[in-house]
Design a protein around this ligand. Sequence first.
Ligand code: PEP
Length: 256
Amino acid sequence: MKRTYLVAGNWKMNGSRVANAALVQGIRAGAGACKDVELLVCPPAVYLESAAQLVAGSGIGLGAQTLCEQEKAGAFTGEVHGAMLKEVGCRYAIVGHSERRALYGESDALVARKFRTAQACGLVPILCVGETLQQREANETERVLQRQLDAVVDLCGIAAFGDAVIAYEPVWAIGTGRTATPQQAQEAHAFLRAQLAKRDGRIAASLRLLYGGSVKADNARTLFEGPDVDGGLIGGASLKADEFLAIAAAAQAQSI
Ligand code: PEP
């Protein structure tokens, strides 16, 4: 089954009005060469509204890096509600990024609630899962992926994955310059798809699985060759328009 590749840029806590305008302008200038690939940028929350204007009419989508798990707005100081993200133009919301899990203590249960709230607000969740180096070395990768996935399936049901994306992001590869081999990425993706297929084959077959972890212009092509790799969640390399576009071009090359 042919799935549309998605290449998403997670800008993390980087950017400024001026820098964002230049970055989006650069991405827009080259996006036409990647017409079969869905492109997405995820700036810090404070810039989402201005970024929505920058991407307007370009086909480039907008995503939030996280959202509040609460379904009702109210007394949750500092948080951002999914409906607010939707209102300012987001189509996607990343949930469970490893930095949120590790630095801000987000548990599997909290991530599952964020996933559910994102969908309730009309956002497509991009669920990040991935093992640490210690877990990989202890042969626990599949067990960890299963646990992180099950937390969401148990709360939201398998049907929820009909409108979701999963990003496999081995923690040891994020921002380290150390990338999973194409084989390691494909194995993890195939495992995740197989777990979903046990519950619903059609949903598993159509779900997009992104790889994230030090994807660069020079390794994207081989990473995207895996039959279960449907694009990438790109951190550092998404902050340079040329590099991000080269990654998108690698996805485009797989699309035709
Ligand atoms: C990420 O932030 O999701 C990520 C994959 O970062 P990097 O590409 O910099 O490893």
